[in-house]
Write a protein of this length. Structure first.
Ligand code: UT7
Length: 323
């Protein structure tokens, strides 16, 4: 008998304001054609003035609770993956706890930028397997529009805001790859690449700062490292590319998604793609994609899923789970 962390509910929130590529044509030397051809992005959502990462996280968590049929006080823990917390502290997770009127358990944030949700899911899985918690809400929530330099066309057209949440619960499994729940995890980071994707502000500078990225370099690392981590996670889970029902990749660039999944040997029709409508929402992109894919009938009970992400650090990883 083995304990597995099984997905019991999923939900998401997207801010009301939708920004089409054409809006950027007014102020920047760019075009809808370039943005779509180079990134696959057509539109993204931006948080309203005053709308915070925690507000989006709370809405996504409420949707996941309702999907699972649980109350906030049924949770043992809340983990939020974010690089855009409302304030330096407290954690977004404790603000979510308060917003849900959850009076027990524990709550904290994880910061691994675009790979944050994979790292948070891995941590939640470890706490469930160790018996520290039975039910954990794992949220990815971001307001990357707050980090954009609106004069830098190479970055500001790529990112969006939103939140997604997944509720995990301990269940008994047989210990085989037929079990539902998280089957394997592979995490990596390499701080030698910290300067190719970063924000040039923070506590040490006294300003929030702007996102800076050497896009081509990040792209090169992404394709190689994502295919590698996915293959390690699949090997650890004892599954092959032909067993996979869905790849749910971090949604940064359609060309990265297509190259990576081709390297993995997974057919294009088995890949969940939301980058066109959401842009890159960093740690929110995977739970958002999971929630949208479940809502539109793509992901079903018992489906075998690989999810993978890479971001600033660099930090990257993959998880194999059965839905
Ligand atoms: O989530 C974290 C991980 N992040 C990523 O995975 C992002 C990885 N990188 C990428 O997605 C791509 O590298 C980009 C979409 C950022 C850029 O695509 P690219 O094919 O690598 O283009 P590039 O940076 O080589 O730029 C090509 C040209 C340049 O002009 P020159 O030097 O050839 O004259 C850029 O100045 O495109 C120009 N350019 C633009 N043109 C119109 C850059 N941004 C824009 C723009 N509109 N918005």
């Amino acid at each position: 008998m083995t304990i597995r962390a099984v997905v019991k509910g999923v939900g998401h929130y997207l801010p009301k304001r939708v920004v089409e590529n054409s809006e950027f044509e007014v102020s920047l030397d760019t075009s809808d054609e370039w943005i779509q051809a180079r990134s696959g992005i057509k539109r993204r959502h931006f948080a309203a003035e005053g709308e915070k990462t925690s507000d989006m996280a709370i809405s996504a968590a409420q949707a996941a609770l309702s999907d699972a049929g649980f109350e906030p006080n049924d949770l043992d823990a809340v983990i939020v993956a974010t690089s855009t917390s409302d304030l330096t502290f407290p954690s977004v997770a404790t603000i979510v706890q308060s917003g849900l009127n959850m009076t027990g358990g524990f709550a904290y944030d994880i910061q691994a930028v675009c790979a944050g949700f994979v790292f948070a899911l891995s941590t939640a899985n470890a706490q469930i397997l160790s018996g520290q918690a039975e039910r954990i809400m794992v949220i990815g929530a971001e307001s990357f529009s707050r980090l954009m330099d609106w004069e830098d066309r190479s970055t500001c057209v790529l990112f969006g805001d939103g939140a997604g949440a997944v509720l995990l619960q301990a269940e008994r499994g047989k210990g085989s790859s037929d079990d539902r729940g998280i089957l394997s995890v592979d995490l990596n980071s390499d701080g030698r690449h910290k300067d190719i994707l970063y924000v040039d502000g923070g506590v040490s500078t006294g300003q929030t700062g702007y996102l800076r990225m050497q896009g081509k370099e990040v792209f090169r690392h992404a394709v190689e490292k994502l295919a590698q981590t996915a293959s390690v996670a699949m090997e650890k889970a004892g599954v092959r590319a032909e067993d996979i029902d869905w790849v749910v990749p971090h949604q940064a660039n359609i060309r990265i998604i297509n190259s990576t999944t081709k390297k993995m040997g997974v057919a294009p029709e088995k890949v969940v793609k939301t980058v066109k409508d959401h842009g890159n929402t960093s740690a929110a992109s995977i739970p958002l994609a999971l929630s949208v894919a479940k809502a539109n009938g793509q992901i079903k009970h018992n489906d075998l899923i690989v999810t993978e992400a890479i971001g600033g650090g660099l930090a990257w990883g993959a998880i194999v789970l059965r839905w």
